[in-house]
Structures are given as C-alpha cells and as structure tokens.
Design a protein around this ligand. Sequence first.
Ligand code: SF4
Length: 432
Amino acid sequence: MLVIFTMDKTVSFHTLGCRLNFSETGSIADGFLKRGYRIVEFGKPSDVTFLNTCTVTDGADSSCRNLIRKAHKLSPGGKIVVAGCYAQMESEKIQKMQGVDLILGNSEKYRVFDYLDEDDDNMIKIDQTNEFWGAYTTPGDMGHTRAFLKIQDGCNYVCSFCIIPFARGRSRTISVANATKNARELVNIGYKEIVLTGVNIGEYESQSGERLETLIEELAKIEGLKRLRLSSVEPNTITKSLLKTLKATKIYQDHFHIPLQSGDDGILKSMRRKYTVEQYRQTIELIKNEFPNCGIGADVIVGYPGETEEQFQNTYKLLDELPITHFHVFPFSKRKGTTAAKLDDQITQAEKKRRVSLLNELGDKKLEKFARSFVGSNQNVLFEQKKENYWIGQTPQFLKIKVRDDKLQKNQIAQIKILESQNSALLGAIHL
Ligand code: SF4
C-alpha cells in the first residue's frame, strides 16, 4: 500500500470484542489511510480516536467506558468516535461521557469520515438497517499477519442470553464473488493466512443461494493463500460435507472453534441452543474423524440462572471427556432485554467465579497435555512478531510457539521441529 509521508492528521484505533470487530476496524482503518490520515498506536495522542466497542458482557461494557476515559485523557483536544455494539445499545449513556464527539451504530461506523466532516449537532448516528457492510481486514500497516475476512454479519438465532441479534440485526452475507475478490486483495498485499469471520458463519448462504462450501472451494484456488481458518462455527451447522470440503482444500488449518455454552441438556434448552449434548458430542466426533490432530476451542458459560452444581458438573465432565483443547470460559452476564436476564434464580458472583476457575484449571491442563503431544513433531508455523529475541508464531492447531533464530522473519511460514512445551507454549527450532 502506498503511504504518503506528508500526511498531517493522525488516527488511532482500539478494538474490543470479537474477530468480527477486528476485521471491521481494519476496513475502517483502510478508509482513513486512503483519506490521508496517518495511523498512530493507541496510547499516543491523535486527532481522531476510533473505538470499536463490544457489549457481550457487563465486563465488556465497563471496558468500553474505561477506554473512552483513557482516550479522552490521551487526546483531550482530539475527536473521539465510539462505534460498534456498545455504541448501538447504550448511546445515551455514552453521550453523557466527557470527550465523546460521535457515536456510531454498527451500520454507520463505515461512514465515519462523512460524519467527521459534517457540521451536525446530533452526535448519535444509529440506524437499524440490515445492510451488509463489506469489511475485510486489518491493513498491512497495522502489524498483523492474519487477515480476518468478514463474510457474514448478524444472527437469526435467539439464544436466551445473547444481545448480539439486537446489536447486529438479522443475518446477512457477502456473495462468493465479492468475498473471493476481497480475499484476493488480501493475498496481493501479502497475507498468507485468512480467517473467515462473522457472527454465525455456519449459516452462511449468500442471497443467490451460494453455500459456504462453494466459497471455501473458491478461496482455496487463490494462488498465494497458504492457510485458511474458520472463526467460531455453531455445532449444529457443522456437516460432513463442510468438513470434507475443508479437508480437500489442503490449506485448512487443524483448528476449530465450536461453542458449547453448557454440557447440560436442561440448560441448553433454556438457552435455546439448537443442539443437545449428544449432538454436540457427535459434531466433535465428526470433526476428529476428518482432522484427527486438530485443536478445538469451545465457549462455555457458567452460572446461567438456575444452574445447579449437578448441571455444572455435567459441563465439567463433558469438557473433560471430549477432545476440547482451548477453553473460553465466561461467567453468565445479565444483558438487558434478553430472556435470560429476566430469569429468577441468578447465581451469586462468588459461585460463578468458583465455577469459572474450576473450568479454567481443567482447560489449562488439557491445553498443556495437547501441546505436549506435539513435542518431537514438525509443524508449519506462521511467524507474527519478535519478542525478547524469540520469534512468536502459531502452529496449525493454534498453539503458540517460540523460536530463537535470526533467520526467521515476520509473515514467514517455516517448518519447525517442536522441542519442548512450557505451560502449553511450545519451543521449537527451524527444521533443517
Ligand atoms: S448463535 Fe446464539 S449466541 Fe451466537 S450470536 Fe446468535 S444468538 Fe448469539
């Protein structure tokens, strides 16, 4: 990308939440660059601070408010734009905060440039239109080596605990042709790895009826694309045909992220999830049949209203038994307007904390065991950054690996011999 050094206006970004948010910030950052802005690291004063926010839990909400305060402190004279899911849901609260100039909902954030130039007293721009805003990634200048390609937005499910359908609207997708075009651009600017991203990508079906499998097949044909991943996929949308398509690409990496939420059928039903424990188990089996060495991540919510010790133990036992390697454990968080927020029998914070730490302990043990099982093997690693003399990268299974070798470079893929595992972080050397 051409960067002109006479640029005088600066912009900084901070993103909270999911990979989708990161992909969208990338697209918006690209727009700022094209308009002559220079990107500075968040933490340094800037003319514009763009905060792409999240509202998935109470914790996310309070991180957003802290971030706004921090941004105002850093750039008291600069403009602060608060965009994304928290902006969409809590615009009035944000409006009262010091230093905020513009509040943009999920559709409006892509027009931030127009709004910044406008002379309009109304600082809140929120609309409920369900347009698909094509966004692809963090541009090269922002230092990432993995590109997030947005192919879907919104969700038509109604999980009882989830605010996302309110914040992002109904499901919509980008066509196979447009997604492939965006992917090609990413590869042309140097990306070797693409992660397909959305809220519920298993429900991908473009307006013309095109399927996720077709999109994956098209992406696999792009010369120069070496690694492909899917972000989180709902268990009920994983099919044999999808797995076979992924395997046939030869570039799909050995990692899946399949949200579980609970290992108890009663809780799953109350959550309005679209599968039972048995069906989840079968999904994991299907995946392991096609990708026997893969790592599997799972989101879990503990302390859902009414969750008994026995129901929690059902989750614990299921996670212990299944080959889940990357745990993402969250305490239940009441989201205003959702069905679960109105349920009686809320679990105390202390109890939720206890359940979170029990699962995290189990998760750490399982990840360490999984990581150790690769010691002695050779893995292709994409290197992302250098820290304290070590090059850091990810294996196909999404295991972090450190290699001390000056021959390596950022964005290089190299065959690495895994030498040892230290608390689930691997140590390796270039395989000669
Ligand atoms: S699938 Fe359920 S949890 Fe995921 S975004 Fe949709 S409603 Fe929320």
